[in-house]
Design a protein around this ligand. Structure first.
Ligand code: NAD
Length: 259
């Protein structure tokens, strides 16, 4: 097992990509704190990991709430004695053209991704510096590296997460902390399923065309990236044995974006 005895915390882990990573970490021997705004889904995932022979706890955590993030990180450190891996994964999407985007929606998307990533990073670094190191991972996106129409706050926030990741790699190095950002293409989760009809309406095309002509158009094979693809990369980055791999964005997107 590649993550034996490691202690991990994942935000937005009640469903979708976060859930897949939490379960994969559990199978690889990590103790996993499953954090989500929706506590009932976090509990379900933690129970699933425990019943499969792993070790997990559920945390109620709104990543935009400073106290909730600090409380969550502290409770993991108190219960399990440290924190080795965190993944800032919680995310939302809002589809709208820029000229009609409300300030409220702009702030919501920026806050979940960027405030959330900052607050988790700060608390995690305090715990990791105290123990001599750790790994901070971010769930970025191909949209950390390029743009699409109708997703301005998401694109801006995901680019911001790349900057935060690089800053953490620079500052964290002397404390043994590595930082990397995972950049997936489209993965079929509730976040993506919701935006298919929204984009179809905004662009005046069918849902099938949103999938084939917008989402998967630039892939090499017309395939969605899978939960397994992303969680395998999250395990690889968490398990990587040295600081040779830090400050990097790793794209997993069927060739949609090549860097
Ligand atoms: P999802 O909607 O299936 O899951 C998101 C989870 O985050 C939910 O469980 C939700 O309750 C939680 N969440 C939302 N706001 C929160 C908050 N304020 N505090 C704590 N938890 C909160 O989405 P997903 O597709 O699994 O996306 C997970 C991450 O992966 C996001 O950061 C997303 O931007 C990123 N991503 C997704 C795709 C994709 O195609 N699905 C591609 C690239 C990147």
């Amino acid at each position: 097992m590649r993550l034996e005895n490691r202690i991990a915390l994942i935000t937005g882990a009640g469903r979708g990509i976060g859930r897949a990573v939490a379960e994969h970490y559990g199978r690889e021997g990590a103790r996993v704190a499953v954090a989500d705004l929706d506590y009932s889904t976090a509990q379900e995932v933690a129970e699933h990991i425990n019943s499969a022979g792993g070790s997990a706890m559920a945390l109620a955590m709104d990543v935009t709430d400073e106290q909730a993030v600090e409380r969550g990180v502290n409770s993991v450190v108190e219960a399990w004695g440290g924190l080795d891996i965190v993944l800032a994964n919680a995310g939302i999407q809002h589809i709208a053209p820029l000229d009609q985007l409300s300030f409220n929606h702009w702030r919501q998307v920026m806050s979940v991704h960027l405030d959330g990533a900052f607050l988790l990073t700060r608390s995690a670094l305090q715990a990791m510096y105290a123990k001599g190191g750790g790994t901070i991972l971010y769930m970025g996106s191909v949209h950390s590296l390029e743009a699409s129409p109708l997703k301005a706050p998401y694109v801006a926030a995901k680019h911001g997460m790349l900057g935060l990741c690089r800053a953490v790699a620079k500052e964290g190095a002397e404390h043994g902390v590595r930082s990397n950002i995972i950049c997936p293409g489209f993965v079929r989760t509730p976040l993506v399923d919701k935006q298919i009809p929204e984009q179809a309406q905004a662009l005046g095309i069918s849902e099938e065309d949103v999938i084939s002509k917008v989402m998967l158009k630039n892939t090499v094979d017309g395939e969605f990236t899978t939960l397994a693809d992303v969680s395998e990369l999250a395990v690889y980055l968490a398990a990587f044995p040295s600081a040779a791999l830090t400050g990097q964005s790793i794209v997993v997107s069927h060739g949609w974006h090549m860097q």
